[in-house]
Design a protein around this ligand. Structure first.
Ligand code: DGL
Length: 276
């Protein structure tokens, strides 16, 4: 009987509505060396955070299926909005392990800030889903949520260090700090690590000593634990990770802005059409 050639390289699919998930991919690359990564940014249909649950679930499931069709053996949903609104649908739609971003970041926050009050900054849809509120409640954290709908478009525009972004942050954080006194601020959107410095400065200027916790590192560690259970024994551990990027809109913009998120040049981006 002919034997199937075994692929020694683990293929990991990483998905976000846009560039934000590249902050998770960036954290993954050194943690799971030797893996092959397929990244999909559904940039044509972004922002997810302003859409309904049914639409987010449809987009996320289509994206997840695309990555599995490309050979992904596990999926990292590097999008808080898709995780909050569609994790069960995605998990049911694909025959591979699926990891979201919310549980890892809440676990990390709980480990260092047990029993305290935290502030979750996220998209409108993530806040409305109450996924963070419930995850924090399952641990020991008391969460206050703040929807920040203007931040994703500002980051996607590349305005990560811009007076308009700083002013928008000042308004959002001022409103949030009027109703809570957090020990930590959870960045509940994978776009926000790109403006972590501005968030931190704004918190300080408003008299808050809260520390920032983002989903990239926490999710990457959780993904590494899953990958460890799947990696083929002969998987090469010492060669650099390889990756291939797909976007549903301008590949030129993806390569240009994506470089900022990934922290290294993106050699090639492929345009795909997932429909409307
Ligand atoms: N990076 C996505 C998240 O983590 C952005 C959501 C959007 O497309 O609005 O929620």
């Amino acid at each position: 009987m002919p034997t199937q050639p075994q692929n020694p390289t683990l293929t990991i699919g990483v998905f976000d509505s846009g560039f934000g998930g590249l902050t998770v991919l960036r954290a993954l690359l050194p943690l799971i060396p030797g893996a092959h990564y397929i990244y999909l940014g559904d940039t044509a249909r972004l922002p997810y955070g302003a859409k309904s649950q049914a639409t987010i679930a449809r987009y996320a499931v289509e994206s997840a299926r695309f990555l599995v069709d490309q050979g992904a053996q596990m999926l990292v949903i590097a999008c808080n909005t898709a995780t909050a609104l569609a994790l069960p649908e995605i998990t049911a739609a694909v025959p591979v392990p699926v990891l979201g971003v919310i549980e890892p970041v809440v676990q990390e926050a709980d480990a260092s800030h047990q029993g305290t009050e935290v502030l979750v900054l996220a998209t409108q849809a993530t806040v409305h889903s109450n996924a963070y509120l419930e995850a924090c409640r399952r641990h020991t954290l008391h969460a206050t949520q703040k929807a920040c709908p203007l931040l994703v478009p500002l980051v996607e525009e590349g305005w990560t260090d811009h007076p308009v972004t700083r002013e928008v942050l000042r308004i959002y954080l001022d409103e949030a700090l009027a109703v809570c006194k957090p020990t930590a601020v959870l960045l509940g959107c994978t776009h926000y690590p790109l403006i972590a410095a501005a968030i931190s400065q704004t918190l300080q200027s408003l008299g808050s000593k809260a520390v920032i916790i983002d989903s990239a590192q926490a999710t990457a560690h959780a993904a590494a634990a899953v990958a460890k259970t799947m990696q083929h024994p002969s998987s090469p551990k010492h060669h650099a990770a390889t990756f291939k990027c797909y976007a549903t809109d301008s590949i030129e913009k993806f390569a240009r802005l994506g470089t900022q998120f990934l922290g290294q040049p993106i050699p090639e981006v492929h345009l795909i059409d997932l429909g409307g």
